[in-house]
Design a protein around this ligand. Structure first.
Ligand code: ZN
Length: 320
């Protein structure tokens, strides 16, 4: 039996799975992502996690045929590294990935993707229809997309295509993005930024609310909870977020003509109706051409690591 490996390098956790050629999971491991002292420490933790997953699967690392890696960015695909990840301390710097993983499994078949591209590969592989044209969108601490067009996963020259969270959606640029630019999609709609956007909307509108908008001591989950409990202002915020998400997805649909858009990430997974319903309602009014299905990811929190495993099995394509 041939064994394959998938690795998910996230800002919080590292996960590894070992599976067979049908992506049946044989073993796994999870570790906290080291926050220092440097990138090599992160590489060592990845190798340790992968060794543990191999132990759990009762296979030796050198018998693993191929590995896929879904990673936080920014990537340098030619070097096979992450360079200066945005959500880890600056001291992390460069994280070598493909070289050390290839050495561990004694194989040159190591496929590196940004995490949303691993996501679209996973959705493609595990979907009944194995669609050639599809999008995986994550709405979590940030927003990003993985796109497959005509059966090709779009990487961009350096591996950082699909950073759609940094598309400008607000010409007034009211909110400033974590990247420093104004008006970007994720400055309004990511889990990290929904509370800040709520505070901004409250200064404009002044509606009564049970949210502590003066102190700012609340998170995105609180906004969704209060909206469910009937707080008019929280519902207004979620409505605005939904409208911007619909505009963002409509723009992505217009550019790539997917048959289906899968949505994942913690914000969507924890609030599927509140996130997906406004998108489905509004994109039909916005999109010129085929209206794609908009679905919640079927792979939940496992999407990146299972997408990485699917990449290993399919030479980086997700094509069954
Ligand atoms: Zn930005």
């Amino acid at each position: 039996m041939a064994a394959y490996a998938g690795v998910d390098l996230g800002a919080t956790n590292i996960r590894a799975v070992v599976g067979d050629e049908s992506a049946r999971e044989l073993g796994s491991d999870t570790q906290a992502t080291p926050r220092g002292p440097n990138g090599i420490a992160v590489t060592e933790a990845i190798l340790d996690c992968l060794r543990n997953a191999c132990d759990d699967a009762d296979v030796s690392p050198s018998s693993v045929v191929a590995a896929g890696i879904g990673s936080i960015g920014p990537l340098d695909l030619a070097e096979g590294i992450v360079e200066g990840p945005a959500n880890l301390p600056d001291s992390i710097g460069r994280i070598p990935l493909t070289g050390p993983v290839g050495n561990l499994i004694d194989s040159e078949r190591v496929y590196l993707h940004n995490d949303t591209n691993a996501g679209v590969i996973g959705e493609r592989f595990f979907s009944d229809r194995n669609p050639d044209d599809m999008v995986y969108l994550t709405i979590s601490s940030g927003i990003g997309a993985g796109v497959a067009v005509d059966g090709n996963v779009v990487d961009g020259w350096d591996g950082n295509a699909g950073e759609v969270g940094h598309m400008t959606l607000d010409p007034a640029g009211v909110m400033t993005c974590g990247c420093g630019s104004d008006g970007h999609w994720e400055a309004y709609c990511s889990g990290n930024n929904i509370p800040k956007y709520a505070m901004q909307l409250h200064t404009e509108d002044g509606m009564e609310t049970s949210l502590p908008v003066e102190s700012g001591d609340f998170d995105a989950a609180d906004v969704f909870d209060r909206a469910r409990d009937g707080d008019d202002f929280a519902q207004y915020v979620i409505g605005q977020v939904g409208h911007l998400n619909a505009i963002g997805i409509a723009n992505v649909v217009q550019a790539y003509a997917p048959l289906v858009v899968y949505v994942g990430g913690a914000v969507a997974l924890n609030n599927p109706d509140a996130v997906l319903d406004p998108i489905r309602d509004e994109i039909s009014e916005m999109v010129f051409g085929n209206i794609p299905d908009v679905k919640l990811t079927t792979l939940g929190e496992d999407i990146v690591v299972m997408g990485a495993l699917a990449s290993a099995i399919t030479d980086g394509t997700g094509e069954r």
